[in-house]
Design a binder for this molecule. Structure first.
Ligand code: NAP
Length: 391
Protein backbone atom coordinates (compact mmCIF):
# COMPACT_ATOMS: atom_id res chain seq x y z
CA UNK A 1 0.00 0.00 0.00
CA UNK A 2 1.40 3.39 -0.98
CA UNK A 3 0.62 6.30 1.34
CA UNK A 4 0.06 9.60 -0.42
CA UNK A 5 0.15 13.20 0.70
CA UNK A 6 -1.80 15.44 -1.63
CA UNK A 7 -0.73 19.11 -1.45
CA UNK A 8 -3.44 21.21 -3.09
CA UNK A 9 -6.04 18.43 -2.90
CA UNK A 10 -8.99 20.71 -3.68
CA UNK A 11 -7.54 22.07 -6.94
CA UNK A 12 -7.70 20.71 -10.45
CA UNK A 13 -4.53 18.58 -10.08
CA UNK A 14 -5.66 17.42 -6.64
CA UNK A 15 -9.07 16.33 -7.90
CA UNK A 16 -7.60 14.54 -10.92
CA UNK A 17 -5.17 12.72 -8.61
CA UNK A 18 -8.06 11.56 -6.44
CA UNK A 19 -9.86 10.31 -9.59
CA UNK A 20 -6.89 8.03 -10.26
CA UNK A 21 -6.57 7.02 -6.60
CA UNK A 22 -10.27 6.02 -6.58
CA UNK A 23 -9.53 3.49 -9.33
CA UNK A 24 -6.86 1.74 -7.24
CA UNK A 25 -8.05 1.29 -3.64
CA UNK A 26 -5.79 -1.75 -3.24
CA UNK A 27 -2.71 0.24 -4.21
CA UNK A 28 -3.01 3.76 -2.76
CA UNK A 29 -4.08 5.16 0.60
CA UNK A 30 -4.56 8.89 1.19
CA UNK A 31 -2.57 9.89 4.26
CA UNK A 32 -2.83 13.68 4.04
CA UNK A 33 -4.97 16.21 2.18
CA UNK A 34 -4.36 19.96 2.08
CA UNK A 35 -6.23 23.04 0.89
CA UNK A 36 -5.91 26.79 1.24
CA UNK A 37 -9.44 28.01 2.04
CA UNK A 38 -11.92 25.66 0.38
CA UNK A 39 -13.37 23.98 3.46
CA UNK A 40 -16.38 22.52 1.62
CA UNK A 41 -14.27 20.62 -0.88
CA UNK A 42 -11.73 19.56 1.74
CA UNK A 43 -14.45 18.29 4.07
CA UNK A 44 -16.01 16.20 1.27
CA UNK A 45 -12.59 14.70 0.53
CA UNK A 46 -11.98 13.96 4.23
CA UNK A 47 -15.31 12.14 4.40
CA UNK A 48 -14.52 10.04 1.32
CA UNK A 49 -10.79 9.30 1.73
CA UNK A 50 -10.48 9.26 5.54
CA UNK A 51 -6.92 10.62 5.70
CA UNK A 52 -4.84 10.66 8.89
CA UNK A 53 -4.15 14.39 8.42
CA UNK A 54 -5.98 17.30 6.82
CA UNK A 55 -4.37 20.72 6.61
CA UNK A 56 -6.09 24.01 5.89
CA UNK A 57 -3.38 26.55 5.06
CA UNK A 58 -5.49 29.49 6.23
CA UNK A 59 -5.14 29.24 10.01
CA UNK A 60 -8.31 31.22 10.72
CA UNK A 61 -10.35 28.39 9.17
CA UNK A 62 -9.00 25.56 11.33
CA UNK A 63 -11.69 25.88 14.06
CA UNK A 64 -14.45 25.86 11.44
CA UNK A 65 -13.13 22.69 9.82
CA UNK A 66 -12.47 21.04 13.15
CA UNK A 67 -16.01 21.74 14.38
CA UNK A 68 -17.48 20.38 11.17
CA UNK A 69 -15.43 17.16 11.38
CA UNK A 70 -16.25 16.66 15.08
CA UNK A 71 -19.98 17.10 14.49
CA UNK A 72 -20.44 15.25 11.23
CA UNK A 73 -17.66 12.63 11.37
CA UNK A 74 -17.32 12.00 15.12
CA UNK A 75 -15.76 8.53 14.71
CA UNK A 76 -13.12 9.54 12.19
CA UNK A 77 -9.50 9.48 13.39
CA UNK A 78 -8.20 12.52 11.51
CA UNK A 79 -5.90 15.24 12.77
CA UNK A 80 -6.91 18.70 11.58
CA UNK A 81 -3.99 21.10 11.26
CA UNK A 82 -3.39 24.51 9.76
CA UNK A 83 -0.72 26.89 8.51
CA UNK A 84 2.54 26.71 6.61
CA UNK A 85 4.40 24.60 9.19
CA UNK A 86 1.68 21.96 9.07
CA UNK A 87 1.88 21.82 5.27
CA UNK A 88 5.61 21.13 5.54
CA UNK A 89 5.12 18.61 8.35
CA UNK A 90 2.65 16.45 6.42
CA UNK A 91 4.88 16.62 3.35
CA UNK A 92 7.67 15.12 5.49
CA UNK A 93 5.56 12.64 7.45
CA UNK A 94 7.51 9.41 7.84
CA UNK A 95 4.75 7.06 6.75
CA UNK A 96 4.18 8.96 3.49
CA UNK A 97 5.81 7.56 0.38
CA UNK A 98 4.53 9.85 -2.38
CA UNK A 99 3.82 13.57 -2.24
CA UNK A 100 1.80 15.17 -5.03
CA UNK A 101 2.81 18.83 -5.34
CA UNK A 102 -0.42 20.42 -6.61
CA UNK A 103 -0.40 23.80 -4.87
CA UNK A 104 -0.51 26.72 -7.30
CA UNK A 105 2.18 29.40 -7.37
CA UNK A 106 5.22 30.16 -5.23
CA UNK A 107 3.07 29.22 -2.19
CA UNK A 108 3.91 25.63 -3.09
CA UNK A 109 7.67 26.08 -2.81
CA UNK A 110 8.24 25.39 0.90
CA UNK A 111 5.93 22.36 1.27
CA UNK A 112 7.23 20.83 -1.96
CA UNK A 113 10.81 21.45 -0.92
CA UNK A 114 10.05 19.90 2.48
CA UNK A 115 8.93 16.72 0.71
CA UNK A 116 12.11 16.75 -1.37
CA UNK A 117 14.29 17.25 1.71
CA UNK A 118 12.63 14.25 3.35
CA UNK A 119 13.61 12.14 0.31
CA UNK A 120 10.05 11.41 -0.85
CA UNK A 121 8.84 10.47 -4.27
CA UNK A 122 7.58 13.88 -5.39
CA UNK A 123 5.13 14.20 -8.28
CA UNK A 124 5.63 17.78 -9.38
CA UNK A 125 2.80 19.85 -10.86
CA UNK A 126 3.79 23.03 -9.01
CA UNK A 127 6.13 24.36 -11.72
CA UNK A 128 6.49 27.73 -9.96
CA UNK A 129 8.62 26.03 -7.27
CA UNK A 130 11.27 25.19 -9.86
CA UNK A 131 10.98 28.55 -11.60
CA UNK A 132 11.59 30.37 -8.29
CA UNK A 133 14.38 28.27 -6.88
CA UNK A 134 15.52 25.82 -9.57
CA UNK A 135 19.16 25.35 -8.61
CA UNK A 136 18.54 25.16 -4.84
CA UNK A 137 15.59 22.82 -5.38
CA UNK A 138 17.50 20.46 -7.68
CA UNK A 139 20.52 20.37 -5.37
CA UNK A 140 18.19 19.26 -2.54
CA UNK A 141 16.85 16.52 -4.84
CA UNK A 142 20.44 15.32 -5.40
CA UNK A 143 21.35 15.56 -1.74
CA UNK A 144 18.28 13.82 -0.32
CA UNK A 145 17.85 11.16 -2.99
CA UNK A 146 14.24 12.23 -3.53
CA UNK A 147 12.64 10.90 -6.69
CA UNK A 148 11.24 13.79 -8.70
CA UNK A 149 8.68 12.82 -11.36
CA UNK A 150 7.05 15.48 -13.54
CA UNK A 151 3.25 15.70 -13.73
CA UNK A 152 2.95 18.59 -16.16
CA UNK A 153 1.78 16.73 -19.28
CA UNK A 154 4.60 18.11 -21.44
CA UNK A 155 7.35 17.31 -18.94
CA UNK A 156 5.86 13.93 -18.24
CA UNK A 157 5.95 13.29 -22.01
CA UNK A 158 9.61 14.37 -22.23
CA UNK A 159 10.43 12.19 -19.23
CA UNK A 160 8.81 9.24 -21.01
CA UNK A 161 10.81 9.94 -24.19
CA UNK A 162 14.17 10.07 -22.37
CA UNK A 163 15.89 6.92 -21.10
CA UNK A 164 15.16 6.70 -17.37
CA UNK A 165 17.88 7.72 -14.94
CA UNK A 166 19.98 9.60 -17.50
CA UNK A 167 19.15 13.20 -16.89
CA UNK A 168 21.91 14.72 -18.98
CA UNK A 169 21.63 13.53 -22.54
CA UNK A 170 24.50 14.57 -24.80
CA UNK A 171 22.78 12.85 -27.72
CA UNK A 172 19.59 14.91 -27.29
CA UNK A 173 19.58 17.53 -30.03
CA UNK A 174 16.35 19.33 -29.19
CA UNK A 175 13.38 19.13 -26.89
CA UNK A 176 10.18 20.14 -28.64
CA UNK A 177 7.85 21.49 -25.99
CA UNK A 178 4.32 21.56 -27.36
CA UNK A 179 1.77 24.29 -26.60
CA UNK A 180 -1.91 24.38 -27.49
CA UNK A 181 -1.70 28.13 -28.14
CA UNK A 182 -4.51 28.73 -25.63
CA UNK A 183 -7.99 30.18 -26.21
CA UNK A 184 -6.71 33.29 -28.02
CA UNK A 185 -4.43 31.68 -30.62
CA UNK A 186 -4.42 33.80 -33.78
CA UNK A 187 -5.74 36.93 -32.00
CA UNK A 188 -4.28 40.36 -32.74
CA UNK A 189 -3.15 42.71 -29.93
CA UNK A 190 -6.32 44.76 -30.43
CA UNK A 191 -8.49 41.66 -30.01
CA UNK A 192 -6.50 40.57 -26.95
CA UNK A 193 -7.12 43.96 -25.35
CA UNK A 194 -10.84 43.15 -25.19
CA UNK A 195 -10.78 39.66 -23.62
CA UNK A 196 -12.32 39.00 -20.19
CA UNK A 197 -11.08 36.69 -17.40
CA UNK A 198 -14.06 34.37 -18.05
CA UNK A 199 -12.94 33.94 -21.67
CA UNK A 200 -9.39 33.27 -20.50
CA UNK A 201 -10.59 30.54 -18.09
CA UNK A 202 -12.11 28.60 -21.02
CA UNK A 203 -9.16 26.64 -22.33
CA UNK A 204 -9.99 24.77 -25.55
CA UNK A 205 -8.46 21.42 -24.45
CA UNK A 206 -7.80 21.37 -20.70
CA UNK A 207 -9.82 22.09 -17.55
CA UNK A 208 -7.49 23.77 -15.08
CA UNK A 209 -7.34 26.24 -12.19
CA UNK A 210 -7.80 29.96 -12.92
CA UNK A 211 -4.15 31.01 -12.63
CA UNK A 212 -2.76 28.39 -15.01
CA UNK A 213 -5.67 29.02 -17.41
CA UNK A 214 -4.71 32.71 -17.64
CA UNK A 215 -1.03 31.71 -17.98
CA UNK A 216 -2.03 29.43 -20.86
CA UNK A 217 -3.98 32.26 -22.49
CA UNK A 218 -0.96 34.62 -22.35
CA UNK A 219 1.53 31.78 -23.16
CA UNK A 220 3.37 32.66 -19.93
CA UNK A 221 2.62 29.07 -18.95
CA UNK A 222 4.82 27.83 -21.80
CA UNK A 223 7.60 30.14 -20.66
CA UNK A 224 7.35 28.85 -17.08
CA UNK A 225 7.37 25.31 -18.49
CA UNK A 226 10.51 26.04 -20.49
CA UNK A 227 12.28 27.12 -17.30
CA UNK A 228 10.89 24.07 -15.47
CA UNK A 229 12.18 21.77 -18.24
CA UNK A 230 15.68 23.29 -18.08
CA UNK A 231 15.92 22.34 -14.39
CA UNK A 232 14.20 18.97 -14.63
CA UNK A 233 16.23 17.68 -17.55
CA UNK A 234 19.48 19.61 -17.08
CA UNK A 235 19.35 21.35 -20.48
CA UNK A 236 19.87 24.95 -21.62
CA UNK A 237 16.99 27.16 -22.82
CA UNK A 238 18.54 27.03 -26.30
CA UNK A 239 17.92 23.24 -26.44
CA UNK A 240 14.18 23.76 -26.06
CA UNK A 241 11.95 24.78 -28.93
CA UNK A 242 8.32 25.65 -28.43
CA UNK A 243 5.95 24.17 -30.97
CA UNK A 244 2.30 25.22 -31.09
CA UNK A 245 0.13 22.14 -31.59
CA UNK A 246 -3.51 23.19 -31.10
CA UNK A 247 -4.95 19.67 -30.74
CA UNK A 248 -2.88 18.84 -27.59
CA UNK A 249 -2.49 15.20 -28.65
CA UNK A 250 1.29 15.10 -28.88
CA UNK A 251 2.38 16.21 -25.41
CA UNK A 252 6.03 16.91 -26.38
CA UNK A 253 8.93 15.36 -28.30
CA UNK A 254 12.61 14.63 -27.88
CA UNK A 255 14.88 14.78 -30.93
CA UNK A 256 18.08 12.73 -30.98
CA UNK A 257 21.31 13.14 -32.97
CA UNK A 258 20.40 10.24 -35.26
CA UNK A 259 17.33 12.11 -36.54
CA UNK A 260 14.78 10.21 -34.42
CA UNK A 261 12.03 12.20 -32.78
CA UNK A 262 10.27 10.39 -29.92
CA UNK A 263 6.85 11.66 -28.90
CA UNK A 264 4.26 10.78 -26.28
CA UNK A 265 0.62 10.96 -27.40
CA UNK A 266 -2.65 10.68 -25.53
CA UNK A 267 -6.03 12.32 -24.95
CA UNK A 268 -5.64 15.68 -23.22
CA UNK A 269 -6.45 14.51 -19.68
CA UNK A 270 -4.18 15.09 -16.68
CA UNK A 271 -5.16 11.70 -15.24
CA UNK A 272 -2.72 10.09 -17.73
CA UNK A 273 0.49 11.80 -16.50
CA UNK A 274 -0.77 11.54 -12.92
CA UNK A 275 -1.30 7.76 -13.27
CA UNK A 276 2.15 7.52 -14.86
CA UNK A 277 3.71 9.24 -11.86
CA UNK A 278 1.68 7.40 -9.24
CA UNK A 279 2.33 3.98 -10.71
CA UNK A 280 5.92 4.52 -11.93
CA UNK A 281 7.62 2.35 -13.09
CA UNK A 282 4.44 0.28 -13.51
CA UNK A 283 1.73 1.37 -15.89
CA UNK A 284 -1.65 1.64 -14.16
CA UNK A 285 -5.06 2.63 -15.53
CA UNK A 286 -5.88 6.33 -15.41
CA UNK A 287 -9.52 6.36 -16.47
CA UNK A 288 -8.64 8.65 -19.41
CA UNK A 289 -10.30 7.97 -22.76
CA UNK A 290 -8.05 6.00 -25.09
CA UNK A 291 -6.90 7.88 -28.15
CA UNK A 292 -8.38 6.74 -31.46
CA UNK A 293 -6.05 8.20 -34.07
CA UNK A 294 -8.47 7.45 -36.93
CA UNK A 295 -11.12 9.69 -35.43
CA UNK A 296 -8.70 12.21 -33.88
CA UNK A 297 -8.47 15.63 -35.51
CA UNK A 298 -5.64 16.24 -38.00
CA UNK A 299 -2.48 17.20 -36.16
CA UNK A 300 -1.08 20.64 -36.99
CA UNK A 301 1.95 22.59 -35.85
CA UNK A 302 3.11 26.21 -36.01
CA UNK A 303 5.61 28.53 -34.40
CA UNK A 304 4.42 30.61 -31.42
CA UNK A 305 3.60 34.30 -32.01
CA UNK A 306 5.92 35.86 -29.42
CA UNK A 307 5.23 39.40 -30.64
CA UNK A 308 1.52 39.28 -29.75
CA UNK A 309 2.07 36.93 -26.80
CA UNK A 310 4.99 38.85 -25.32
CA UNK A 311 4.81 37.06 -21.94
CA UNK A 312 6.43 34.11 -23.68
CA UNK A 313 9.21 36.33 -25.05
CA UNK A 314 9.85 37.74 -21.55
CA UNK A 315 10.00 34.25 -20.05
CA UNK A 316 12.46 32.97 -22.67
CA UNK A 317 14.68 36.03 -22.07
CA UNK A 318 14.49 35.49 -18.29
CA UNK A 319 15.46 31.83 -18.76
CA UNK A 320 18.48 32.86 -20.82
CA UNK A 321 19.55 35.63 -18.43
CA UNK A 322 19.19 33.42 -15.36
CA UNK A 323 20.16 34.98 -12.02
CA UNK A 324 17.03 36.19 -10.24
CA UNK A 325 15.18 36.91 -13.50
CA UNK A 326 13.00 33.75 -13.47
CA UNK A 327 12.10 34.43 -9.80
CA UNK A 328 11.09 38.03 -10.58
CA UNK A 329 9.23 36.92 -13.71
CA UNK A 330 7.17 34.46 -11.68
CA UNK A 331 6.43 36.79 -8.77
CA UNK A 332 5.36 39.66 -11.05
CA UNK A 333 3.27 37.31 -13.14
CA UNK A 334 1.41 36.03 -10.06
CA UNK A 335 0.57 39.59 -9.00
CA UNK A 336 -0.39 40.69 -12.52
CA UNK A 337 -2.55 37.62 -13.24
CA UNK A 338 -4.48 38.22 -10.01
CA UNK A 339 -4.97 41.87 -11.04
CA UNK A 340 -6.37 40.70 -14.39
CA UNK A 341 -8.68 38.18 -12.66
CA UNK A 342 -9.85 40.97 -10.33
CA UNK A 343 -10.70 43.17 -13.33
CA UNK A 344 -8.02 45.79 -12.56
CA UNK A 345 -6.02 45.45 -15.78
CA UNK A 346 -6.29 44.14 -19.34
CA UNK A 347 -4.68 40.83 -20.20
CA UNK A 348 -2.14 42.66 -22.36
CA UNK A 349 -0.98 44.65 -19.33
CA UNK A 350 0.28 41.48 -17.62
CA UNK A 351 3.38 41.51 -19.84
CA UNK A 352 4.04 45.23 -19.26
CA UNK A 353 3.90 44.76 -15.47
CA UNK A 354 6.22 41.76 -15.68
CA UNK A 355 8.62 43.66 -17.92
CA UNK A 356 8.71 46.66 -15.56
CA UNK A 357 9.33 44.40 -12.54
CA UNK A 358 12.10 42.51 -14.32
CA UNK A 359 14.10 45.77 -14.52
CA UNK A 360 14.65 45.41 -10.75
CA UNK A 361 15.83 41.76 -10.92
CA UNK A 362 19.38 41.16 -9.66
CA UNK A 363 21.67 39.35 -12.09
CA UNK A 364 22.85 37.11 -9.26
CA UNK A 365 20.99 33.99 -8.22
CA UNK A 366 19.67 33.67 -4.66
CA UNK A 367 21.96 31.46 -2.59
CA UNK A 368 19.45 30.28 -0.01
CA UNK A 369 15.72 29.63 0.27
CA UNK A 370 15.46 32.53 2.72
CA UNK A 371 16.86 34.80 0.02
CA UNK A 372 14.38 33.36 -2.50
CA UNK A 373 11.50 34.26 -0.17
CA UNK A 374 12.94 37.72 0.46
CA UNK A 375 13.44 38.47 -3.26
CA UNK A 376 10.01 37.05 -4.11
CA UNK A 377 8.49 39.57 -1.66
CA UNK A 378 10.52 42.44 -3.14
CA UNK A 379 9.51 41.53 -6.69
CA UNK A 380 5.83 41.38 -5.69
CA UNK A 381 6.13 44.84 -4.09
CA UNK A 382 7.77 46.31 -7.22
CA UNK A 383 4.99 44.84 -9.33
CA UNK A 384 2.29 46.15 -6.97
CA UNK A 385 3.86 49.64 -7.14
CA UNK A 386 3.76 49.52 -10.95
CA UNK A 387 0.19 48.21 -10.80
CA UNK A 388 -0.93 51.04 -8.53
CA UNK A 389 0.45 53.53 -11.06
CA UNK A 390 -1.78 52.19 -13.83
CA UNK A 391 -5.00 51.13 -12.09
N1 NAP B 1 -4.60 22.00 -13.70
C1 NAP B 1 -3.82 21.40 -14.56
O1 NAP B 1 -4.29 20.71 -15.49
C2 NAP B 1 -2.33 21.56 -14.47
C3 NAP B 1 -1.51 20.97 -15.45
C4 NAP B 1 -0.13 21.07 -15.32
C5 NAP B 1 0.43 21.74 -14.26
N2 NAP B 1 -0.38 22.33 -13.33
C6 NAP B 1 0.23 23.05 -12.21
O2 NAP B 1 -0.27 22.50 -11.01
C7 NAP B 1 -0.39 23.52 -10.01
C8 NAP B 1 -1.84 23.54 -9.52
O3 NAP B 1 -2.67 23.91 -10.59
P1 NAP B 1 -4.25 23.75 -10.49
O4 NAP B 1 -4.78 24.04 -11.85
O5 NAP B 1 -4.59 22.44 -9.87
O6 NAP B 1 -4.62 24.95 -9.50
P2 NAP B 1 -5.97 25.17 -8.68
O7 NAP B 1 -7.08 24.42 -9.30
O8 NAP B 1 -6.11 26.64 -8.53
O9 NAP B 1 -5.65 24.51 -7.26
C9 NAP B 1 -4.66 25.01 -6.43
C10 NAP B 1 -4.59 24.25 -5.13
O10 NAP B 1 -3.63 24.89 -4.28
C11 NAP B 1 -4.26 25.33 -3.07
N3 NAP B 1 -3.65 26.59 -2.68
C12 NAP B 1 -3.77 27.79 -3.31
N4 NAP B 1 -3.07 28.74 -2.66
C13 NAP B 1 -2.49 28.14 -1.59
C14 NAP B 1 -1.69 28.60 -0.53
N5 NAP B 1 -1.32 29.89 -0.41
N6 NAP B 1 -1.28 27.71 0.40
C15 NAP B 1 -1.64 26.41 0.33
N7 NAP B 1 -2.43 25.91 -0.66
C16 NAP B 1 -2.84 26.76 -1.61
C17 NAP B 1 -5.73 25.47 -3.42
O11 NAP B 1 -6.55 25.42 -2.25
P3 NAP B 1 -8.07 26.03 -2.29
O12 NAP B 1 -8.85 25.12 -3.18
O13 NAP B 1 -8.50 25.96 -0.86
O14 NAP B 1 -7.95 27.41 -2.82
C18 NAP B 1 -5.91 24.25 -4.34
O15 NAP B 1 -5.99 23.09 -3.57
C19 NAP B 1 0.05 24.83 -10.69
O16 NAP B 1 1.40 25.05 -10.40
C20 NAP B 1 -0.12 24.54 -12.16
O17 NAP B 1 0.77 25.29 -12.97
C21 NAP B 1 -1.74 22.25 -13.41
Amino acid sequence: MIDICLLGATGSIGQSTLEVVRLHPERFRVRALTANTDIEALFAQIREFKPSFAVIADESLEPVLLARVKTELPDLQVQILSGETALQAVAQDQATHTVVAGIVGAAGLLPTLAAVQAGKRVLLANKEALVCAGRLFMSEVERSGAELLPLDSEHNAIFQCLPYNKRYQPEVRRILLTASGGPFRGYTRAQLDEVTPEQAFLHPNWEMGKKISVDSATLMNKGLELIEACWLFGVSPETIEILVHPQSIIHSLVEYDDGSQLAQLGSPNMCTPIAHGLGFPDRISSGSAFLDLCSAPDLSFEKPDTETFDCLKLAIEAAKRGGSHPLYLNAANEVAVQAFIDGRIKITEIASLVEKTLKFAPDSEPVSIDEVIQLDGKARQHCLDCLNEIS
